[in-house]
Design a protein around this ligand. Structure first.
Ligand code: DGJ
Length: 730
């Protein structure tokens, strides 16, 4: 519910568990009076701190030639703001900096009016939150230094889950162009800095390693300037109050519905308060806003939990499933995927692929994906990106697809639409389609350049080529890859005053193309990918209900990648495949893959009958339980591999009658024993603990309070071993 108190000039946004209380102060700036768990005690008087130092509220009024002091003690450099000013007294990092035509950097947005409406704001071209029991407060503000510059600050609250979504829309109603130098999407000023910051950094093959540190004095920036959300930092971040754990304490989750350069700044001032601002990275950023133009910032997501990390994580999962993903069949059963990449890379022909398909069926596959190498002259990674026509000399695609469909397998294919190879027809005809083509030393990564997604003609060219393939062949799935990051940022056709728009415009071009294709082909499931998990973000999830988590499927790494990714994203979107790596048995790899979207990536012709049986056993668990447990169930994080020498997760269905538990040991051990307290089960019921070769009955009370004894042997001297149990109420 959102209410406005006219007399006090306050807004209260609240659901049953969280509240945000905003005050329009005497300077017409928006202050955050309160943010946290819902409380009946929220009022201006109770919650607005009286600040010791309010000199900055004094000003000399030239219209009256008098010194003025605002009556309510609003303090530019002490108050908690919803949208701070820049360069007019508040010395903390501001979310917005706009340089006016006269050169002035001062930015101060003042309240003009507001409206409250049902639902999220809707955007045609940007991925955005949608659906749900939502109310939005749209506050219209104008810049004190350019009253024709309007900002609409949207704050939406979910009445059924503890999520607040914020963004800003700028409109220039004046004649003069303005320069947006920083346009973040949200600000959250907290009363203290007593939090631990958790963020997820890595590199190719080591995505989303969890890193924690207390809020530091000064500014900590968690950001990507790789042109995509990146392997190096993920946009999901959370702050846990000192002492909070998985089930208790205050935790604030943050994310942004965006796939490009992002920046989250966490600033702690000399008074130990903290300010979080989050949105588009302002690295090389400058957006020119001309008369009547609008600029929309991506939506930032804030999730508040007073019950620890798992409540935040489960709420984020619901948000992604219910309010981000748009794929219309997301709630249907997702087929077991077999991908050709690790098994054959680009060396295949029609016969070898058909032999793959036949053996993939024997391990339960339901969707066969032909990865890279099917088009034009592509036999290695040095050529052909941009030439999206089937290499009929190499592969009889029609025959392959018919073979899949005849055997009740869906068929999927790989594209890398936003790239261009030097060795390609497209480059020969249009070198200007490659970002950086004017440079003498054009950077290469995997022998390829970024396609200029700011160029509508280039985007349309790729669209038409993809459309031709999709229309000609019966395709059920597309894997959308992206194998290099942004290394050049000069795009001449944008003009010399618009180079600050390049990074964002490239992302908008990606959205334009994928939006067009997903709208036109709503039955095709798109899976996101960027050299593994380099673009695992809410912007991509809007279009792609699953994202390939990492090119590293070795279980010792995977247990980290999947566990950490699942803190912010639901299991059902985490692409996870069993491969042929030798660190563990196929059974262990398969159990791990169950905690994601189950699939395979190996040469299936090399599998022994025993291995096929092992995989089939787990595939059948997936088929029976994926939807109820892993897709729609509630996920609990029982042991973090970053903190312990093992990893454990548990999923529980909605009525607590079924559950699945995994424990994976992350280093070589001959024998491992521990006791793990389970979560989410009914105290007063008994449960059967079913492993591959045992079954026992235990009370819910004992499982929750005493825990389950786990013991893992390692007879084959493998590096990674696991325990997996299905748990069923009796
Ligand atoms: C990188 C992806 O992560 C892999 O799964 C595979 O699709 C290759 N690209 C193909 O080039």
């Amino acid at each position: 519910m959102i209410t406005f108190n006219e007399k006090e000039k306050t807004f209260l946004l609240t659901n049953n568990s969280i509240s945000l209380f905003i005050y329009i102060n005497a300077n017409k700036h928006l202050e955050t009076v309160y943010f946290g768990k819902a409380s009946k005690d929220i009022s201006l008087e109770n919650n607005r701190k009286k600040y010791e130092d309010n000199y900055s509220t004094c000003y000399f009024d030239h219209s009256t030639n008098k010194d003025m002091v605002t009556l309510d003690g609003a303090s530019n450099h002490f108050s908690r703001f919803e949208l701070a000013t820049h360069s007019v007294g508040d010395h903390r990092p501001a979310p917005i900096i706009i340089q006016k035509k006269d050169g002035n950097y001062e930015t101060a947005f003042e309240y003009v009016s507001h409206r409250i409406y049902k639902g999220y704001p809707h955007y045609e071209e940007n991925p955005h939150a949608h659906d749900g029991n939502i109310e939005t407060l749209e506050i219209t503000l104008k810049d004190e230094f350019d009253e024709k510059l309007i900002a609409k600050y949207n704050i939406s609250i979910d009445l059924d889950k503890d999520i607040i979504v914020k963004n800003i829309e700028f409109k220039n109603q004046g004649e003069e162009q303005v320069k947006i130098l920083r346009a973040l999407s949200m600000e959250l000023d907290l009363e203290d800095n007593n939090y631990v910051v958790h963020h997820f950094r890595g590199k190719w093959g080591r995505e989303r390693g969890e890193v924690t540190n207390p809020i530091i004095d000064g500014e900590q920036i968690i950001a990507s300037n790789y042109g995509r959300s990146s392997h190096e930092e993920n946009p999901f971040i959370f702050l846990a109050k000192q002492g909070a754990d998985y089930s208790t304490g205050e935790v604030i989750g943050l994310n942004i519905i965006y796939s490009g350069n992002f920046k989250c700044s966490i600033f702690s001032d000399y008074a130990n308060k903290s300010r979080i601002t989050y949105g588009l990275n302002d690295y090389n950023f400058c957006w020119l806003l001309s008369k009547n133009e609008t600029f929309i910032t991506p939506q930032a997501v804030i999730c508040y939990s007073e019950n620890g990390i798992d409540h935040m994580s489960q709420t984020m999962h619901r948000f992604v499933k219910e309010n981000v993903i748009t794929y219309k069949k997301d709630n249907e059963y997702k087929p077991i995927l077999f991908n050709s990449w690790e098994g054959s890379e680009m060396s295949f022909n029609t016969e070898s692929i058909i032999a793959y398909i036949d053996d993939s069926i024997k391990i339960g596959s339901e969707l066969f994906v032909l990865d890279d190498g099917w088009f034009s002259y592509r036999n290695d990674d040095t050529t052909s990106l941009g030439d999206w026509w089937v290499n009929k000399d190499k592969i009889d695609l029609d025959k392959v697809i018919k073979h899949c469909h005849k055997n009740n397998l869906k068929f999927g294919i790989w594209f890398e639409p936003e790239m261009i190879s030097y060795e390609s027809e497209l480059y020969k005809n249009h070198p200007e389609y490659a970002v950086g083509y004017t440079r003498n030393k054009q950077a290469l990564q995997r022998h390829q350049f970024l396609l200029d997604m700011c160029n509508d003609e280039a985007v349309n060219n790729i669209y038409l080529q993809m459309k031709k393939v999709i229309d000609e062949y019966d395709i059920d799935y597309i894997k959308w890859d992206h194998n290099r990051d942004l290394k050049e940022t000069f795009i001449p056709h944008l003009g010399n005053d618009r180079q600050g728009e390049v990074t964002h415009r490239l992302v908008l071009g990606y959205y334009k193309l994928i939006e067009r294709l997903t709208k036109e082909y709503p039955n095709i499931m798109f899976e996101g990918c960027a050299s593994g998990g380099g673009r695992f973000d809410l912007g991509t999830l809007y279009y792609c209900p699953q994202i390939w988590a990492s090119d590293n499927s070795r279980p010792a790494s995977r247990m980290f990648i999947q566990y950490n990714t699942s803190l912010g994203y639901p299991l059902s979107c985490i692409g996870s495949h069993v491969n042929a790596s030798e660190q563990s048995s196929y059974t262990t790899k398969a159990y791990l893959s169950l905690f994601g979207t189950y699939g395979y990536e190996m040469n299936p012709n090399y599998l022994s009958n025993e291995e096929k049986e092992e995989l089939n056993f787990v595939a059948n668990i997936y088929k029976e339980y994926h939807k109820e447990l892993f897709e729609e169930g509630i996920l609990y994080h029982l042991a973090s591999p970053t903190e312990k020498d093992y990893m454990s997760m548990q999923v529980v269905n909605k009525d607590a009658t079924k559950s699945a538990l995994i424990v994976t040991i992350n280093e070589f051990k001959t024998h491992f024993k521990t006791t793990i307290k389970l979560k989410g089960l009914s105290k007063d019921k008994n449960y059967l603990i079913i492993t591959k070769d045992s079954q026992k009955e235990v009370s819910g009370k004992s499982l929750l309070e005493k825990g389950l004894d786990i013991s893992i042997d390692n007879p084959n001297n493998l590096e990674v071993n696991s325990y997996f149990a299905l748990i069923k109420q009796v």
